[in-house]
Ligand binder design. Structure first.
Ligand code: MG
Length: 384
């Protein structure tokens, strides 16, 4: 088989750089065809040179000249804007598209890749939260595969490989509990962005790290699991597991539970999505059970972490409501990172924005975009 030709949407972020690290270890298996970034020009140009990328897209069009000047003496062709990205991911020169953009911005290019029947290695969970119905329908209609990169969903996907046609009855979605797992509600209420950015186990981008501290990340992942594995929220049991060794589990009718374990390192699920069904070495640490000693599990506390319940209820209401919730969360997390709202301010902003959203039961893509934009406006107003 020839080399797999890869496009990485969001190559300078946490997932993007780790995907390139996996590729760096297996240059004989992969060709980097396309990389894109929103604004990190310096790293993007360095990646273009190292991996000899054919196409380089800078999404912020104002930075086009900087990137194209920097890469003038290379073979890389430089493009600007999300529209170019949507065209380029459809190219015949691409086999796998890694969706590693942050937040709602990944929706359009992900849909473009699915429409072109690409394999999409999806890390960008917000895409499924905001428009899961449209995204999964597009994948089905175009015979495009979505391979999960999110560690929990990669775990569930791997556990289901052993199902042999048996229906799963429950997903046990593990959560680290984040940096505030043992903090009181009062102490959490005064937490700063710096406190929230200290994730105990995972090395991730700022957005997902804050989402992890509020447990909105687990709420988004619950919705992601419902779309990816065609289950209802009552079949998803969120369980806090502070060691982050069990990446998630599936349960069958006979009570048998199959788990996937590993040291917390995103290169493992990324590597599997890039090389599936083959497994690659990815340079991660291996488990040493004797030194681990014990693994712990506990129920999530929705008093201290209300966002998990908000996400579940948003999905149960359905339609465009998860999209509104996601948009409000994106605005609120940004405000929290900038010190403009408190930790529980995030929850307030989401709740008020969602209750203000106009319900659309079966949203079109246009409805999704207008819900996103309207909710952003409403959430920004609330912060002001
Ligand atoms: Mg995850």
């Amino acid at each position: 088989m020839g080399k797999r030709r890869i496009a990485i949407l969001g190559s300078t972020g946490s997932i993007g750089t780790q995907a390139l690290d996996v590729i760096r270890q297996h240059r004989d298996l992969f060709e980097v065809e396309l990389i894109s970034a929103y604004r990190s020009t310096e790293l993007l140009c360095a990646q273009a040179r190292e991996f000899d990328a054919n196409s380089v897209v800078i999404c912020d069009e104002a930075l086009y000249k900087e990137v194209s000047d920097s890469l003038w003496n290379t073979d890389s062709k430089v493009f600007a804007g999300v529209e170019s990205l949507c065209e380029l991911v459809k190219g015949d020169n691409i086999d796998i598209v890694v969706g590693a953009m942050v937040g709602f911005s990944g929706l359009r290019p992900t849909l473009a890749a699915l429409e072109a029947s690409k394999i999409v290695a999806l890390a960008n969970k917000e895409t499924l939260v905001a428009a899961g119905g449209i995204v999964t329908r597009t994948a089905r209609e175009h015979n495009a595969a979505i391979l999960p990169v999110d560690s929990e969903h990669s775990a569930i996907f791997q556990c289901l490989l052993g199902a042999q046609g048996n229906e799963l009855v429950k997903i046990h979605l593990t959560a680290s509990g984040g940096p505030f797992r043992t903090w009181s509600r009062e102490r959490i209420a005064g937490a700063s962005a710096a406190d929230a950015l200290k994730h105990p186990n995972w090395d991730m981008g700022a957005k997902v790290t804050i989402d992890s501290a509020t447990m909105m990340n687990k709420g988004l992942e619950l919705i992601e699991a419902c779309w990816l594995f065609d289950v209802v929220p009552s079949m998803v049991n969120v369980v806090v597991h502070p060691e982050s060794i069990v990446h998630s589990m599936v349960e069958f009718a006979d009570g048998a539970v199959i788990a996937q374990l590993g040291c917390p390192d995103m290169r493992e699920p990324i590597g599997l999505a890039l090389s599936f069904p083959a497994r690659l070495t990815v340079g991660n640490r291996k488990l040493d059970f004797a030194s681990l000693g014990a693994l712990h599990f506990e129920s999530p506390d929705e008093e201290r972490f209300p966002n998990l319940g908000i996400a579940r209820r948003a999905f149960e209401r359905g339609g465009n409501i998860p999209c509104a919730m996601n948009a409000a969360n994106e605005v609120a997390v940004k405000a929290f990172l900038e010190g403009r709202t408190s930790f529980y301010g995030i929850t307030d902003i989401i709740e008020k924005s969602v209750s203000g959203a106009t319900f659309v039961a079966d949203p079109t893509l246009d409805d999704i975009f207008s819900t996103h934009e309207e909710t952003i406006r409403c959430a920004k107003e609330l912060i002001r």
